[in-house]
Write a protein that binds this ligand. Structure first.
Ligand code: ADP
Ligand code: ZN
Length: 353
């Protein structure tokens, strides 16, 4: 399958092998800088660099340590200094090559370097293919929370090539699956069964297509796009509290369980659907267990910096049915009474697995 979709200004190209888009890379303006991490450099980056150099292209590779801790101001500064040291010009091309960490960081660097240089993306994790590389959000973390500094800077082109997933560890599959389940619960319920049966290019394509629908309608994230934050209010809080030891996908799965509990307890979601939601999440391999030492007040404190929040209180995306989010007068999220939220948290803490 080779197909293209446009997501805002971004051309998203789906291709089976690297060689079906190599020609596209040859057309980019030089020099080309790949921003990647040490693992992806070894697995993929160095070979791509060599192939392009064989075609006489000027190519550099900037590699950062893998992991969420690299989404920091310090690493951003280090990358910028590397770009200055090679005298990287405004008309060069920056390509993110890696997972969500690399895509978020490289996009942010590209958006501020000389007030913006051409940016492209080659996601190499499932999560980055279905979420981080498309939609234009870039960002880094601070000690106050996740993705609190960043910009909207869509890649000109994104090449999605599942061939790169062959080396992906299981934990990283789960990370991506969590975002696909999120899209299933909120936008495209057929994905819930498709993705649990067989993870293939169709599932990736369909997830991107569903994301496109909301991003095209609300690029600036002021309403409908918040649907994509299902599970993320508590998810981001848990990631931060765990100092990013908990992966994004695991944290979002627990966050979806909390929002499922809230949707059911507040009378929006039927008991059947709530039961089925827990079953689906468990069958994917997600655990609802949380560190028993985390107190409710720690959660509340982390929610103060929720980007959807108002009055320093987080807001939650709730379900009415699979594929239907409660619209809340176009806000697509709502405050929840502290007592109800505390009950949801206690429920999660009591889950045996
Ligand atoms: P995510 O995409 O989930 O946000 P990261 O960008 O942190 O996550 O990538 C997760 C981990 O997977 C990192 O250690 C990264 O080096 C590694 N990784 C990325 N792509 C691949 C791949 N195709 N094969 C194996 N490991 C990969
Ligand atoms: Zn996410």
């Amino acid at each position: 399958m080779k197909a293209d979709i446009f997501l805002g200004e971004t051309k998203v190209v789906f291709c089976e092998t690297f060689f079906s888009f190599f020609e596209d890379l040859l057309k980019l303006s030089e020099p080309i800088v790949f921003i990647t991490d040490h693992n992806v450099k070894e697995l993929i980056g160095s070979s791509i660099q060599r192939l392009l150099q064989e075609k006489k292209r000027s190519v550099f590779l900037i590699s950062i340590p893998p992991g969420e801790a690299s989404k920091s101001r310090e690493i951003k500064e280090w990358i910028e200094n590397e770009l200055f040291s090679i005298r990287f010009p405004k008309d060069g091309s920056i390509i993110a090559l890696g997972g969500g960490v690399v895509c978020d960081m490289a996009g942010f660097v590209a958006s501020t370097y000389m007030r913006g240089v051409s940016f492209y993306s080659i996601p190499t994790t499932l999560l980055a293919m279905v979420d981080a590389s498309i939609g234009g959000k870039t960002g880094i973390n601070t000690s106050f929370g996740k993705n609190l500094l960043g910009s909207m800077y869509p890649a000109r082109q994104v090449w999605i090539c599942p061939q790169f997933l062959e080396s992906l560890p299981k934990r990283e599959w789960l990370n991506g699956l969590s975002e696909i389940m999120k899209i299933g619960f909120t936008l495209d319920p057929e994905l819930l069964s498709l993705a649990t049966k067989k993870m293939d290019q169709i599932v990736i394509f369909r997830s991107c297509l569903a994301k496109k629908q909301v991003v095209d309608e609300d690029y600036q994230d002021r309403g409908k796009r918040r649907i994509l934050q299902f599970g993320h209010t508590i998810g981001h809080a848990l990631e931060k509290i765990s100092s990013y030891q908990l992966s994004h996908g695991e944290a979002v799965a627990k966050g979806m369980a909390i929002e499922g509990f809230l949707s059911y307890t507040l009378g929006y979601l039927s008991k059947n659907k709530w039961d089925s939601m827990r079953e689906i999440l468990k069958s994917c391999g997600f655990s609802f267990q949380v560190d028993p030492k985390i107190s409710f007040s720690q959660i509340q404190e982390s929610l103060e910096m929720d980007k959807k929040g108002t009055d320093q209180r987080g807001r939650f995306v709730l379900l009415q049915d699979f594929g239907v989010v409660v619209p809340f007068q176009g806000e697509y999220c709502t405050h929840v009474d502290d007592k109800v939220l505390c009950k949801a948290w206690e429920w999660l803490k009591s889950c045996p697995i």
